[in-house]
Every structure is written in C-alpha cells, then in structure tokens.
Design a protein around this ligand. Structure first.
Ligand code: ZN
Ligand code: ZN
Length: 122
C-alpha cells in the first residue's frame, strides 16, 4: 500500500518514476507531479486526491490558508448597490456600504413600485 509517509520519504524514487513516465518508460504509471497547496513545493504522488506534500505538515496549514483567503475575498471589493462606492462589508451578505444607502435604496424601490402602479392605472 502507498501512503503519505512512504511517499514523503521516497520523493526521489517517485520523481524518477515521474521522469520515466514522461520519457515513456512507464506509460501506465499513475505517478504525477503536484504543487503542494501548503508550501508550494513540487511533490510527486501516486494518490489521486492528494493536494499537499505531507498532510501533517502542510495539509492543515494549506487548509487554513485556503479558508482565510476565501474569507478575505468574501469581505473585499464589494460595490455598494446604493452609491457605487467600494466598501468592506461587515457582514458577508451586506450589499450597501451604510444605512443611509440601504434606506435610500429601499425608499427608491417603494417609489418605483408606486409609480409603476400609477402607470398601470392610467
Ligand atoms: Zn507542502
Ligand atoms: Zn453606499
């Protein structure tokens, strides 16, 4: 059985297999090269789902990094639907930069609906 520990300790062997695969000596080998999401190093693996060089070392770190990144992206560069300004939302579902914008937008939508109705009546 292949496992993380074995692969981690036998990178030289796996790299050789990978090169042999590229050279056509091992066309059926499942060995592949990945870039560890944790440390960014090249890693050679036979495990299909692998994303990190060594889970205990980079798996958690990479996961945390991913999570942090996603959270940051979520909270950045949102454009206020009211005034068009870019703002950093305090809540992930915020669409307006401030209460004033939200209220103005709300009033606007009420007015729109009202004028719609008037048009329909005419
Ligand atoms: Zn790593
Ligand atoms: Zn605004």
């Amino acid at each position: 059985m292949w496992n993380c520990d074995w692969e981690y300790e036998n990178q030289e062997t796996l790299r050789q297999w990978y090169e042999e695969k590229l050279a056509g000596i091992r066309p059926n080998s499942i060995v592949r090269k990945i870039i560890c999401k944790g440390c960014g190093r090249d890693f050679y693996t036979l495990i299909e789902t692998k994303k990190y060089c060594y889970y205990g070392l980079c798996g958690n770190r990479g996961y945390q990094k991913d999570l942090k990144q996603r959270r940051l992206e979520k909270r950045q560069n949102r454009v206020c639907k009211g005034c068009g300004k870019v703002f950093t939302p305090k809540r992930s579902d915020a669409v307006y930069c401030c209460n004033a914008c939200r209220q103005r937008a709300y009033r606007q939508s009420v007015t729109d609906k009202a004028s719609d109705q008037i048009e329909h009546l005419q």
